[in-house]
Design a protein around this ligand. Sequence first.
Ligand code: 5GP
Length: 211
Amino acid sequence: MSPGHPRLPTDTDDGMLLVISGPSGVGKTTITRAVERSIPGSVFSVSATTRAKTDADVEGVDYHFVDEARFDGMVREGAFLEWAGVFGKRYGTPRAWVEEQLSRGRLVILEIDVEGAKQVKSAMPQAFGVFVLPPSEAELLRRLHSRKREDEALIQKRFAEAQREIGEAQRCGAYDAFIVNDDLDRAIAEAVSTVKAARAARAGRGEKPGV
Ligand code: 5GP
């Protein structure tokens, strides 16, 4: 328990930082939200971003939408545990909120890109990283098309970025588990059991949350 956070009845000592990444179109948001619902004491970290809000986004639930000047200010204040540029926009994880939730024993879930995951892993080596893979490149391209969210040029850009990101994820050492989303229910079950096992192992070893 860190100073300044009075202990609550719901506090526990088995906090863990969970990083979930994967290319666009791989289903990582669905898997992330299912892990959050399935594991008691888990909380989703809402990032700040400079990207435009879409109709599908809810302010404060999916992201905190901020302008470039505000994001700059947050970087200067050291408000981010990590931040990275993705598709020309910036995204960052709120440091103080994450630290407080970890100190309360929560499973804190960050859905962030590979650059951010590398920063988190070097700051907090006990963070557990999960990378969600598509069953194949052809299937990933098909899923990117089926979202009907973007025009063809942007889909091709996201596909190329996905291929680069998968290679980097496999090389960089920030990920402890790779889960193939061949079937959504199966992938969710694997993610939940992998994370539960990692959390039990960490609690058993008496490690400090996320450190
Ligand atoms: P989208 O704009 O589609 O919601 O997210 C684009 C990418 O930004 C995704 O790969 C997502 O995981 C990543 N992302 C979202 N929040 C953060 C964050 O706080 N930090 C980093 N490094 N990446 C993030």
